[in-house]
Design a protein around this ligand. Sequence first.
Ligand code: ADP
Length: 399
Amino acid sequence: MGEKETKDAISSAYEAFGHWSKLTGSERSNRLRSWYNLLMEHKEELGELITLEQGKPLKEAIGEVGYGASFLEFFAEEAKRVYGDIIPSTLPDRRVLVLKQPVGVVAAITPWNFPLAMITRKVGPALACGCTVVIKPSEFTPLTALAAAELALQSGIPPGVLNVVMGDAPKIGDTLLESTQVRKITFTGSTAVGKKLMAGAAETVKKVSLELGGNAPCIVFDDADLEVALKGTLATKFRNSGQTCVCANRILVQEGIYEKFTSAFSNAVKDLKVGNGFSEGVVQGPLINEAAVQKVESFVQDAISKGAKVLAGGKRHSLGFTFYEPTIIGDVKNDMLIARQEVFGPVAPIIRFKTEEEAIRIANDTNAGLAAYFFTNSIKRSWRVSEALEYGIVGVNEG
Ligand code: ADP
């Protein structure tokens, strides 16, 4: 699809807005709730579809369906509670009221790493408050989006309220940006594309919500519980084979626990079973495509050439295709490529540090502020470090 189909989708959403926005919150709530129910009824099939087109292991994929559906459940409940405000006036004979009203047609552009959840997270709140939506899913995972949209129709969400376009991303994106009927853009994806969309949205002064790249630090302090730190770091680094924006991108380990942690971490990583997401026991699927593997290879190569050491993995998996070995690299410095940019793959670079101040300085030395994690048994440090980390999400003693 390209410009014409996108324009058609916008018109259809614009037209549907007329009646969808006039329903009561409770009526929209019922339809969202039915959509939630249908997604849950088809949890297994949707999970299989996600594994087929995205590659994550089936258990993780089915988990995503539950997670993705939960946004519809939550916003179905919220649809009835779009309250306004009454604000004291400066004049005695006036009253100031705030009504919350839907902005209109929303364009939602989503990535491939959570083919369902990134859609429901945007569409749930939009539909709940009366907006209609044009979704542009990633070209790598369009089928889950179509299946979800079909279930939306079956649940009584009228045609036109939810529209899916897929194909030529820049063409579709430009058409969405240029349209004066599209009043809001919501995007999850790369910082580079996010910047383009933000600039493009200025032309028609659209509202913009962006969730862009991360460079999450995961800090293990000397006083951490080793088991808890291992479990959390494994979870935050290797979920979806490292292909999430909140995945740990840099593991910072204090010198007192460095040897113990890295050796236990390397052993644990060697046990992660790589393979077909439908096979029993597999916890690491393939990377999304060849370009992703080449990016991982080039980052690992850069680190090794600058003095870092491979502690586990470090190369393509013997299974071939786009499988890559779960990898740990020690003696990484914060100026290496792998610590500056998102690796978006199953590679854990470990940086050694001495003091808390040093760890915070390294952690904050990036232009991405999405998620951070740290492990400590000190209550004082928990509060101090969470507030010192310049990140929107901070996980304390969990991944
Ligand atoms: P990622 O690195 O997560 O693949 P992208 O930003 O490339 O990040 O992709 C996220 C989404 O943005 C996908 O749906 C993709 O098709 C879309 N996209 C890519 N380029 C553009 C563009 N120029 N305009 C609009 N959408 C785009």
